[in-house]
Design a protein around this ligand. Structure first.
Ligand code: GMT
Length: 375
């Protein structure tokens, strides 16, 4: 098949998932055309089945707000017509679903029907999409999609509760390439991170408010009081300065490394013991799944779709949003008992295997085959 993928090219989970999906489809022989404003960060391979089309947004003094959606829709039209696409798969509703609707109408004039599949990822529904400014367009363009998928049962439910959706939403869970994340630790690297065999905790996110990164610092400070430990903070974003200030105030700054945005997460995960994700909301929590694939148990909040992937008492522990005392208690429990920690590491890995790329990508292919014949 010839598939167009539209996504945010950044480190965010939706872009990561869309890129990994495109790479997996290309490996299976499909032609995949990425249409984005920048090369997606995880698109770091050369594959003759992958094509990248950059969306250019011309500026003009009149434009206080350059019309990205118009440029995107025009690029979609160009790629659909000139590369004979069979379908468009857009990730994150805003503005990708409405741009896809516009492109669909335009190519219809040339007698071509292009199926549009919209995958909802989280904040496009739970935060931004609900805003009155966007809601009518989001509702309309989701309903106009030929198929809609959500990355968890929770997100599916949230979508039905927040918008008037007249179509069936299929749940296709996010996936992870287990073979990539279940790497052996590089001993020299582990020695640098934890020179005296300290336990290594890790958090990865975009450091936005919704991630509650200060809770990560509070949990670590409580753990650090009882157990020699180090914390790795991966990613960057608006909450990072506050986090660093808190770490200094709690006198744990010397045991924390802020690593910034990282592409080789698997190398860092391989030397780590426990993943922390105390978010206010997660539709899924892709980083937590990648951590589990790297044999890391997860201490998370019980918000959104997190209980669907982090099984309480099996792959890690869940606690109410903001309950850092309980999260710390669980972290200490796991990190102070190596036998228990190893059991949870294995259970986390076993759970991640259920979401392996080889199990989930065929579900997308099956969905595509409802609209076009597979070649
Ligand atoms: O977590 C973010 O803020 C980034 C966001 C995105 O759209 O890239 O992530 C969302 O999509 C991911 C992939 O499906 C999910 O794993 C994240 O849970 C979801 N984030 C939220 O729901 C807050």
């Amino acid at each position: 098949m010839r598939i167009g993928i539209v996504c945010y090219p950044t480190f965010g989970g939706s872009g990561v998932l869309a890129t990994e999906l495109g790479k997996a489809l290309a490996d299976k022989g499909h032609h995949v055309h990425f249409i984005t404003y920048q090369q997606p960060v995880r698109l770091n391979v050369f594959n003759t089945n992958i094509f990248y089309h950059e969306v250019h947004v011309p500026t003009y003094p009149l434009f206080d707000y350059p019309p990205y959606e118009v440029a995107l829709a025009s690029s979609m039209v160009d790629v659909i017509m000139n590369h004979d696409l069979d379908l468009l798969h857009v990730h994150y509703a805003i503005p990708h679903a409405s741009a896809a609707f516009m492109a669909k109408q335009i190519v219809r004039k040339s007698g071509r029907d292009i199926p549009v599949i919209t995958t909802l990822h989280g904040t496009d529904i739970t935060l931004v999409g609900r805003d009155k400014t966007y809601e009518p367009v989001v509702t309309f363009s989701i309903n106009e999609s030929d198929a809609i998928t959500a990355v968890s049962q929770n997100l599916r439910q949230e979508t039905y509760s927040s918008f008037t959706i007249t179509k069936e939403i299929d749940v296709i869970y996010n996936f992870v390439d287990v073979s990539r994340f279940s790497k052996k630790p590089i001993d020299a690297f582990r020695k640098v991170i934890s020179p005296h065999g300290e336990k290594v905790l890790v958090h990865a996110s975009n450091f936005r408010k919704i991630k509650r990164v200060e809770d990560v610092i509070k949990i670590f400070a409580a753990v650090r009081k009882q157990i020699p430990a180090k914390l790795l903070m991966i990613g960057d974003g608006p909450e990072r300065p506050g986090c660093e200030t808190l770490a200094r105030r709690l006198k744990v700054h010397d045991d924390i490394r802020f690593l910034g945005k990282q592409e080789q997460m698997e190398e860092i995960f391989a030397v780590s013991d426990l993943f922390l994700l105390p978010s206010e909301y997660e539709s899924f929590g892709l980083a937590a799944l990648e951590a589990m694939a790297a044999h890391m148990p997860v201490i998370s909040s019980n918000a959104g779709g997190l209980p669907e992937i982090n099984i309480d008492g099996v792959t890690g522990y869940l606690a109410d949003v903001g309950d850092t005392a309980t999260m710390s208690k669980y972290a200490i429990k796991l990190l102070s008992d190596d036998e228990l920690l190893n059991t949870f590491k294995q259970q986390a890995f076993d759970n991640a295997c259920k979401y392996d790329i080889h199990n989930i990508v065929p579900q997308y292919e099956e969905l595509y085959s409802r609209f076009c014949t597979m070649e």
